[in-house]
Design a protein around this ligand. Structure first.
Ligand code: ADE
Length: 244
């Protein structure tokens, strides 16, 4: 069974609408939806925001559903100037930019694990599925929504992601992360905590992040509409290709 996690209900809504033979189990304030998605057995859950919420959800998923792999899908704020709203980052290395146990451990190092980042599993299949979605983008994304968010020719980047318990809407913070972790493409609030749990339990992990904002003063403008009308349909398009 493949497990799919998002931080918000709106992000998995389009997938939920396609899920067949649904069974819902409620645990620890989360709803776990099992069923068949494009003829594959899956479990879908939204974790809520942040590292603790996503780590707890991932642990529950692993213990109760024994998934063969876990895929996180959601939105992120751009760190690199080259990224535009609507671009997709497939995660390679996941950092926790808010971990700092120096001078006992190196900055960003997770104590005991001796790791500054967690790597995702082989990305070929998820990259292919995403490229197929981008080729067929107009079938999933309404032109009015795309224009509203000025999305033109969205691109895919396979790159590094940083996670922390903050919604960032200040250019100074973006600058700081860019200086401290110069390979990071975008920031979000769950990826590296899910990646850590997957590492500890030895489960293959992938992550898809759709750029919703540039982590500046405009970051919160129409965030809910973006998640509902854009991110959710991106997930639908990508998973359709991934699972069929
Ligand atoms: N997810 C989407 N945009 C974000 C931002 N600006 N900061 C943190 N997480 C995000």
């Amino acid at each position: 069974m493949i497990a799919i996690i998002s931080a918000m209900q709106e992000e998995i809504q389009a997938l939920l609408s396609e899920l067949e033979n649904i069974e819902v189990t409620e645990k620890g304030m989360r709803k776990y939806y099992t069923g068949t998605l494009f003829e594959k057995k899956v479990v879908l859950v939204f974790s809520r925001w942040g590292k603790v919420a996503s780590a707890v959800t991932t642990t529950q998923l692993i213990n109760d559903y024994n998934p063969t792999e876990i895929i996180f899908t959601g939105v992120a704020g751009a760190i690199k100037k080259e990224l535009n709203i609507g671009d997709i980052v497939i995660g390679k290395k996941l950092y926790q930019y808010d971990v700092d146990c120096s001078p006992i451990f190196k900055k960003f190092e997770i104590p005991i694990l001796k790791k500054e980042y967690f790597e995702t599993s082989n990305p070929t299949k998820i990259i292919n599925a995403t490229n197929l979605f981008l080729d067929d983008y107009d079938s999933y994304i309404n032109q009015i929504d795309a224009e509203k968010f000025e999305i033109k020719n969205p691109k895919l980047i396979y790159g590094n992601i940083a996670t922390g318990d903050q919604f960032i809407s200040e250019s100074d913070k973006v600058k700081e992360i860019n200086e401290q972790l110069p390979t990071v493409q975008c920031i979000e609030m769950e990826g590296a905590s899910v990646a850590q749990v997957c590492f500890e339990y030895d489960i293959p992990f992938s992550i898809i992040r759709i750029i919703s904002d540039k982590a500046n003063d405009n970051a919160t403008i129409d965030f809910p509409r973006f998640v509902k009308s854009i991110a959710s349909n991106y997930a639908l398009g990508i998973f359709k290709n991934y699972l069929t």
